[in-house]
Design a protein. Sequence first.
Length: 413
Amino acid sequence: MAKKPKIYIIDVTNRDGVQTSRICLTKLEKTMINIYLNDLGVFQSEFGFPVTRHETNYLNANLELAELGVIKPMRLSGWLRAIPKDVEGAFKAVPKLKHVNLSISTSDQMIIHKFQGKLDHKSIIDEMAEAVKLAKSLGAETIGVNAEDASRTKIEYLIEFSKAAKEAGACRLRYCDTLGCESPHNIYERISKLISSVKMDVEIHCHNDLGMVVANSVMGAKAANDAGFNAYINTCVNGMGERAGNADLVSIILAIKYAAGLRDNYQIAEEVNLKKAWELCKYASYAFGVPIPINQPGIGANAFAHESGIHADGALKDRRNYELYDFEELGRGEPEIIETGRQITAGEYSGIKGFRNVYDNLEIEFKDDKEAAKVLELVRYANVHNQKPLTKGELRFVAKYPDIARKIFTMEP
Ligand SMILES: [Zn+2]
């Protein structure tokens, strides 16, 4: 019997998340997000743009972290336009790149009004197929092909495009609901139709412009699984992403685990450890500078708060009266210690004494003064780079992997 198809998570915070207006992450913050995503058991992180020059050192350094086993087993994948020139440039800048997604628009709207005659329906398929073959020849192990604006693409053309992608060597098609116009039943039907004729795994990439992003993503995944193929849902931490955002990572995992009609029959492939969710989401909120809404599923301040008489009484008698899942499962419930007295912080103008105090408090010791001075210098750079106080996780990272940290901070315009 064939293996039961599963649902994988591909997080795109470090790509769709950071290309969003007003959302920025430094290269150190992107690195930390990758480490936390790996701890959480995410299958793949789309970790950036290999053709964008200021990403080069960060991308190569993170692939080194993967080799060292720091980011393992999570895959790191790059986002590229599906054009041979970009594929060529990507593998030149980031030679150890193994996983890529190649993106090109497929809707009439974009073919006519974006490419404006530069490419037509036929040349889009040709260009994409050439890019896929080139990526394969340059060492790509897995290639996803992104149909940008797939949800507004004529299904017959989308099928033709997807078949060509598969034939060229792609292992997945990314169905992009670029404008967030999908609805749950509609995406289910379209993915069913697409997968039953192309017979290929599919990525579901949705946006929240109509407030249905999580429902659309899980229904798309369900359609792929029902047709016998794996689904790869694209997520962002705290639901960041272009405009109204992408599918929130934690909400997607909770939906697959707990939603009626999904929980018993559909399964996340990797070993997801939601216990890391709290730490990841809090860190991302700090790094983005965007607070977590109090009503955010699982993570918001109100997610396990009860006040009204009947609810409070019920929750105290038996949590299942008013709580669908446990706060412990999300890594919540531990007290957090906040220093309210004297604090020494490490910043871009720190000296050695204060710096050693900061690391003593983290119980990190240095071999000798020389090593301490070297890490201090890097911590200064990390602060110049981040422009806000470093978190304990970041301080630990810089001390543990100073040479990799140096690469991450280095940009050569
Ligand atoms: Zn997107």
